[in-house]
Design a protein around this ligand. Sequence first.
Ligand code: NAP
Length: 550
Amino acid sequence: MDTMSTATACDLWFQAEVGRLSTTDERTAAEFSRRQEELEDILLARAKEEGRAVNELGPAPEWGEEPKGRQPRIIIIGAGVGGLAMGAKLREAGYSDFVIIEKSTDLGGTWHHNNYPGVACDVASYFYSFSFFKNPAWSQMFAPGKEIKQYLSDVADHYDLRRNIRFGTAVDRCLYKDGRWHVETQTGEVIEGDFLVPATGFLHIPKLPDIPGLDSFEHDKFHSSRIPEGYDFSGKRVGVIGNGSSSVQIVSSVVEKAAHVTVFQRTAQWIFPAPNDYYSEKRRRMLEYYPELMQRLFDFFMDMYNTGFGNGAVGDKESQRRFAEACEANLATISDPELRTKLTPDYPVMCKRLIFSHSYYTALQKPNCTLEVEQIDRIEAQGVRLTDGRLVELDVLVLATGFDTHAYCRKLDIQVANGPLLVDAWQEGARSFESIGLAGFPNLLFVGGPYSTVGNLSTMTCAELQVNYIIRLLNEMKQRGATTIMPKQDEQDRFVEEMEAAVVNTVWVTGCRSWYLDERGRIDIWTKSPEAFMERMTSGPDLNKYELIA
Ligand code: NAP
């Protein structure tokens, strides 16, 4: 076996990976894993013989040549996934005059704030990374939050971004006047720049439930994204309101330690069974030597998420059928018919953002866990009062009630002097042109704004695609000697119409409430296929659709 070529060994390892992930038979999966381990031994020995470098990324890249003439000054807001992608790509393209303003004390955005027990990403880790900074070291199929934060920290170090980040700086107002953006911080300092890039994300403003008496609870109470790191749930009676992705991860983890966990469910959710395999140290070491295998893993998972999943959400019936079958089979594993009924949704699979978990149903069937479907009447000093009069006494209450996903960067108070305010432009709902610009707002470029969320596609990929579009836009402006740009209103209107026309094909409007819909029932995420988003981002920008001012 060890006489085979390195390329063949890589090929066989990859085939075994695909086989392992495609089978539902445990023995076949174990056989694939065993073959992979043998091949890893061979590939590790070969790497030594061939003198392969461990870290193919090597030292920080040579920065691109600085664009000729005056450099535009770029102000990025947020040092999460979007802001860091923007910084890395600006650095690579030779734009050195940029600042990333971050209100927190550290980078990572969502992955800095969410420290709840069990926090992890439900996008496969090999795909939940930037294509320009792949990570062979992920410890699991779905990486824990801490590892993702470490990954983002490594990106920042590799691209030497920390020197551009202003931590602990909250923005109060962004005003465009006299041809420049003036960003006023909460301390009154004004930072000036040519371009403003809000990269504030959409899963960062906690949404608290409007349940009467919320403030009267006398014990610990946290929104899911604000549970202090290391908070001890041991021996406590824990109540969790909500049953979305955050709740499912919290409940699955906390049930091991808590005296009792009560999940307050308003609407049942579909759960896709997704085992969270651990990756061996040997596999990780092997992948460090073989970037070609990392690339194949990245492409494989991207294809799986795009065609297998993303297309289902926007209308592909075959994909919907496969996901529905898997979720129904998962639900059928619940042995108690009464519990199964409580957990059965009355809307199609993927209507709400699909939850991936291999442990939630197990957690709910433990003796120290109760799924409460009686609705909440109010919160009291000692617990949650239900509409049938019962009081569920609690020591700690977790509000896993989601985020204000349609706020985007409204809080930055963005406005053009003697011109529009962003909150007014978005009065009828958040919008943008091709997820990047906004008519009426010169040199405002979003990363992670309206129409940038693409079903279950990796946020890292979405951000990277947008950032590459923006860099091309900046380069092209430079070539044309233009300093100011904004989308033409009619082009934006056409784009928004295109997005709204495609909504009808999506599963998101098939009769459920979800964070995809705003309070008017309007959808402002990308409504076409993931491939269509990629195509739009990689073929753009078409500067004919923008107004350019030299
Ligand atoms: P979410 O999906 O918006 O879920 C919020 C939950 O709170 C829902 O079950 C909702 O019930 C319930 N709720 C809201 N207001 C309520 C009220 N007044 N009374 C009772 N129940 C109420 O929020 P999330 O779980 O934080 O997840 C948000 C998104 O963050 C995810 O979809 C995902 O994109 C991301 N996320 C990802 C991961 C991951 O990668 N694994 C982990 C966490 C979060 P209804 O269904 O009845 O509205």
